[in-house]
Design a protein around this ligand. Structure first.
Ligand SMILES: [Zn+2]
Length: 320
């Protein structure tokens, strides 16, 4: 735990990044700087009430660090499906028992602070846009490639939600109508070709090894041609996904984060080539760049939500 050294006269928010394995909680200032943080295991199998109690305990600790009257609100980033407008989390696959949980209502009742909910990929997108690789451009598209593939778009300083909060679920864009079955039940989703899980599956099937993307990348670097070909299949699939993003959303930058993005140069070379070779928009120079905030993106993005709401309600631009 980091000591509190920077709590001053300003206001703070509490960001909570709820994941299937851990809950990260941070006290942040208006600039998205982390002042204090803590992390506990989710213990998801204990069910929603127990998980929520752990989230509340962490939030209370953060509140104590800043002082009762110094918190503008709480932001929670959680796995989807969820609806940021109603504050309801609806059965995420990695949180057993979370079936229509009124997370925002429950949190506001217990903590007595305005609480905001956002899809975890959208929260990370917001953080990357505000203080990471997105550089506050008008149209940023964010993709996280890890166990699954998530994405979000920040347009004119606003996270897009769509009608029910399921805007731009790139992981479930079908890129091959005859492709393998995805966890969602459809066939040929991007996630079934290029997620960390899909890459590990191909390593098992084609190389007979239990490797993740980073181990495959190391083997590819050493000249292992099978490892190279598996990664190239994944890069190719991601390239198609990104080409579709360009054609659908016309972004000015695409930021890619998540564990698989740690492969670095070979991946980003392939993705930039795919954008450049898009026949519909030949030689387009929309950059595909690595995320900058790493695993902190989710918790920082969550902590930015209360400030964002506060600014929106006063009609102030979030970019100021
Ligand atoms: Zn799918």
């Amino acid at each position: 735990m980091e000591p509190v050294t920077k709590v001053g006269r300003g206001m703070y928010s509490i960001g909570i990044d709820l994941g299937g394995t851990k809950i990260a909680t941070a006290l942040c200032n208006e600039s998205g700087e982390i002042i204090w943080r803590t992390e506990v295991s989710t213990q998801a199998t204990a069910g929603p009430q127990a998980v929520m109690a752990r989230m509340v305990a962490s939030a209370r600790e953060a509140q104590q660090q800043a002082g009762q009257d110094k918190i503008v609100g709480i932001g929670i980033g959680a796995p989807g499906p969820l609806n940021p407008k109603t504050g309801i989390v609806a059965a995420p696959p990695n949180l057993p028992g979370w079936d229509e949980i009124y997370l925002v209502n429950d949190f506001e009742r217990v903590m007595g602070l305005p609480t905001h909910l956002e899809n975890d990929a959208n929260a990370a997108a917001l953080a990357e846009w505000f203080l990471g690789a997105g550089c506050k451009v008008d149209n940023m598209f964010y993709i996280t490639v890890s166990t699954g593939i998530g994405s979000g778009a920040v347009v004119d300083g606003k996270v897009r939600h769509g009608t029910t909060g399921a805007f731009a679920e790139l992981g479930h864009m079908v890129i091959d109508m005859n492709g393998p079955r995805c966890n969602c039940g459809n066939h040929g989703c991007l996630e079934a070709f290029a997620s960390g899980t899909a890459i590990s599956r191909m390593a098992r099937e084609q190389l007979g090894v239990d490797w993740g993307a980073d181990q495959l990348a190391a083997a590819a670097e050493r000249g292992n041609s099978k490892a190279q070909s598996i990664l190239e299949q994944a890069y190719h699939a991601l390239g198609i996904g990104i080409m579709n993003v360009v054609n659908l959303f016309d972004p000015s930058i695409i930021v890619v984060g998540g564990g698989v993005s740690r492969i670095g140069d070979p991946l980003f070379r392939a993705l930039n080539r795919a954008v450049h070779e898009n026949r519909f928009r030949p030689a387009s120079n929309i950059p595909v760049v690595p995320a900058r905030l790493g695993t902190d993106a989710g918790v920082i993005g969550a902590a930015l939500l209360p400030f964002k709401e506060e600014r929106d309600s006063r009609n102030l631009a979030f970019t100021v």
